[in-house]
Design a protein around this ligand. Structure first.
Ligand SMILES: Nc1nc2c(ncn2[C@@H]2O[C@H](COP(=O)(O)OP(=O)(O)OP(=O)(O)O)[C@@H](O)[C@H]2O)c(=O)[nH]1
Ligand SMILES: [Mg+2]
Length: 319
């Protein structure tokens, strides 16, 4: 493994190897060779620092995976608000069926596109409403499921259907993103579509109301005329930037789910090391060995010789 990320994992691997070597030296030589005091305390501190670093890295908000697999942007809202029209407008092709009949979209329609340099998987979903139609109900349940996994939600409302009062707007938004569901934590842009149908001056009042209430950033849009699309892209771009950072700068981010798995296992072993160290140092050392093996699955290197090299380098033992 190469690059900045490879170097980071390599450094962790080296620190872990050193920690393991010192614990093994303590187990094997502390009685006969008068190992200097404080060896174990230093190992504990190093393991703790490593744990914090790995944990912080895992909490990078899936930044790297998003950059690799695409940010999941989900278009959701009531029926007939113009969600499919928005998908078609953004991907510049008739990917989804548009019709004046409420309840047209049932399946999730996906389109991969690039927004402001970020790879995005845009999903159009069924309009959210109570319905007796079994197929449409399945569509709504798929929409809700997709919302749960959204990285960013584009909540589409028909501007003509919402009154310019913060309370009404919040209520309409709650129907799209019920409070408490995980999707509520996803960043959101409120898209007030069909702005071309608004009476003069009402658009400004709507946007003003959005600013007053604790609502997500909002924009007026007309999928029919294309007006407002630049503002929408700019708001969406800001969300993507906040979520993914600049792909060319900043700390290296996780790029593979497989790495996440091994790092999580590595973290688990480091945690168990602390649990074992006062009970049984041999078991504690075994956890460090396992942690190192998990890192080795990413870096592609685990060598037993390094341990002995470190023991003989750092301690005056067995000579
Ligand atoms: N005047 C106007 N009509 C629009 C606009 N956007 C969409 N429409 C119309 O609104 C109707 C519904 O559009 P869709 O894009 O199918 O709406 P939807 O939200 O996907 O609807 P469902 O799939 O049924 O939930 C269609 O007749 C569109 O042509 C707009 O900005 N202005
Ligand atoms: Mg639709």
């Amino acid at each position: 493994m190469e690059g900045e990320l490879g170097q980071l994992y390599q450094r962790w691997s080296e620190e872990l190897t050193k920690a393991l070597a010192h614990v093994e030296a303590f187990i094997d030589f502390s009685e006969d060779d008068n190992l200097e005091e404080g060896v174990l305390a230093r190992v504990d501190a190093a393991v703790q620092t490593l744990e914090e670093e790995v944990r912080g890295h895992l909490q990078d908000g899936r930044r790297g995976e998003r950059l690799r697999g695409g940010v999941h942007v989900v278009i959701a809202g009531p029926t007939n608000a113009g969600k499919s029209s928005l998908l078609n407008l953004l991907c510049q092709r008739p990917a989804a069926i548009v019709s004046p009949v409420a309840g047209t979209t049932r399946d999730v329609v996906e389109s991969a596109l690039n927004i402001g340099g970020y790879p995005v998987v845009l999903s159009d979903t069924a309009g959210l409403r109570e319905t007796q139609d079994a197929i449409e109900r399945e569509g709504v349940s798929r929409a809700r499921e997709r919302l749960q996994r959204a990285d960013v939600v584009l909540a589409v409302l028909a501007a003509v259907d919402v009154a310019p009062e913060p309370g009404c707007l919040a209520e309409a938004l709650r129907a799209v993103l019920p409070p408490g569901v995980p999707a509520r934590r996803a960043p959101c842009v409120l898209v007030l579509n069909k702005a071309d149908l608004l009476e003069e001056g009402r658009g400004g009042a709507l946007l003003g109301a959005c600013g007053e209430g604790a609502l997500p950033p909002a924009c007026l849009l007309s999928c029919k005329t294309g007006e407002g699309v630049d503002r929408l892209l700019s708001l969406l771009g800001t969300q993507l930037e906040q979520m993914c950072g600049d792909p060319l700068a900043g700390s290296p981010s996780l790029t593979q789910a497989r790495h996440r798995l091994h790092l999580t296992s590595c973290l688990g072993s480091l945690g168990r090391y602390h649990g074992y160290k006062s009970l049984d140092l041999v078991l504690a050392a075994e956890e460090l060995r396992l942690a190192r093996r998990h890192l080795g699955k990413i870096t592609g290197r685990v060598s037993a010789e390094e341990i002995l090299d470190i023991i003989f380098r750092d301690f005056c033992v067995g000579k």
